[in-house]
Design a protein around this ligand. Sequence first.
Ligand SMILES: [Zn+2]
Length: 339
Amino acid sequence: MRKNGKQAYMGTRIVVVLTCFIFAAFFFITYLKKSSDFENRETLILETNDCLAAGDWNCAEKNVRTLLNATPNDTNLQLHLAGILFEQGRYKECVYYIQSLNFKNKDLDYLVEKSSLLEQEMEKLGVEKSMHFRLEFDGSPAKKDVMEALAVLEVAFDSLSDLFGFVPENKMCVVLYQEKEHQGVGPRPEWVGAIFDGKLRIPVNMMAYREVYRPVIFHELTHAFVRSMTRAELPFWLNEGIAQVIDASHNNDERPKGAAPNLKTLTEQFVKHNSSEMATKLYWYSQKMVEELLIFGGGGKEVFRKFAQCMQDVHQLGFDVALRKHFAVTSEKLLESVR
Ligand SMILES: [Zn+2]
């Protein structure tokens, strides 16, 4: 049957409308895909920055490699990957990777130079690569001190993993340095000697004083463990309190004179307080608050595992909610009960 003119016109119009619709749908889907790819990439970049800041090299490596799959010539990502390999102590791999790149810059040169130097120093000292630590040296420490420091660190690592029921995923960087002669007047505050600032910095001269270095290494290593439990910022009282509970060197200190510090002061960085009197007070209250927290958690050895689980929840839940969930207590309540 022959279509009349009107039917043919309607048919053409339907085809045109359908074609337009299909094209529109196609462009819309492409747009959605592009924008969701973009969002995924943005999310991945944010997460990668978090991992880098927290020294979570495994997570950073996985993410940077995924990002590089999409943009293999991104020099910024390539530089990051080289840095991550270095931080994991994979020096040879780091150097090979840098040699395979099509660009040069001073950061890459630094990584190559430092990788070779560290390999040489380890060889010269006859130190085997450690399972848990990546060593760096500042100055030329004696082999005996390096071995002693590493042995104490390994023992401390095993006992903390066992206590917290938690094994950090990433190697920890230890900088063994030779402390310069103390220039100031009077004794140096003891917490300045060794620090954890993402790297464990330990003065090797300290290894001559057995009664000093054990608590110091346990203290700083506890900070490193807590850091690897969460990428979230934690209140200072919690961080310092748990490190002091573990190092056990201040268990018999007397309550400092004067009013208790407020929660805000206990939560913020302690180092900005120059007076050693204030610092002593903040450390004392921090330890007491954490001791109280552990009692709230039922005490005993098991409570340290609960502590580790709580820390691992902080990133997702926030500190206050995680504390209520695992210990049924608030920071205010803890301060109140030790005041
Ligand atoms: Zn500390």
